[in-house]
Design a protein around this ligand. Sequence first.
Ligand code: ZN
Length: 267
Amino acid sequence: MAIEPGRGSEPARYALRAGDWRIDLNERLGRPLRLTWSGAIACTHCGRATKKSFAQGYCYPCFKKLAQCDTCIVKPETCHFFAGTCREPEWAERHCFQPHVVYLANSSGLKVGITRGTQVPTRWLDQGAIQALPILEVATRQQSGLVETLFKEEVADRTNWRAMLKGEVASLDLVEERDRLLPRLDGGLAALRERFGAEAIRVVDAAPVSLDYPVVEYPRKIVSHNFDKQPVVEGTLMGLKGQYLILDSGVINLRKFTGYEVTLEAA
Ligand SMILES: [Zn+2]
């Protein structure tokens, strides 16, 4: 699923992608939809058929071999590049040894997160955040993980996806949160600057961003659809938020089913 920020005051734009095909989902709001999984899964990296999807879209050999499937991607502070054990040093040069952003966001309350500089604001839309504020820019992914670890003492790093999908999220003053948090982490940040150089970890003075989603009606109760249990998912499309389709019959996290061969019909 492709998510793009809306133009001006418009909500985010959602589309389903398959090869060169793009199906606009915003246009289908309020209309019935049927998604049918054929039972096939193709690895998003190598295209090989796989019975089971690993790490949201990979076959087992890719899952074991690719750097992007290594645990240090989820926990960048455990980067082992300098130990000479990186699975794909060239991939790491392109993806991990690039500027990263540490941000505050509000998806179901205050959280801290990290992303490669180029992934802003896609990352926030993926998480269903309604507000976000970049606070620090760091030189590498590992450093972003180390900074995030400092923040985790004070702030959550996860989204309560049920609250996010119910739209039960109060607006926050992220600038105020930043100004409250940064002094508390002064010591930890100074230690990281000593290790990586003063220029490596910089506070950025960015403006807070608001994000809006195309939702006709939020669900009161969250029921999840799962292709593995029920290959046909149908209902009226009530909204799109984060990686979820909100149908009147339940929600489905499409990210989870990356690589699944699915037919979409206007039911
Ligand atoms: Zn593969």
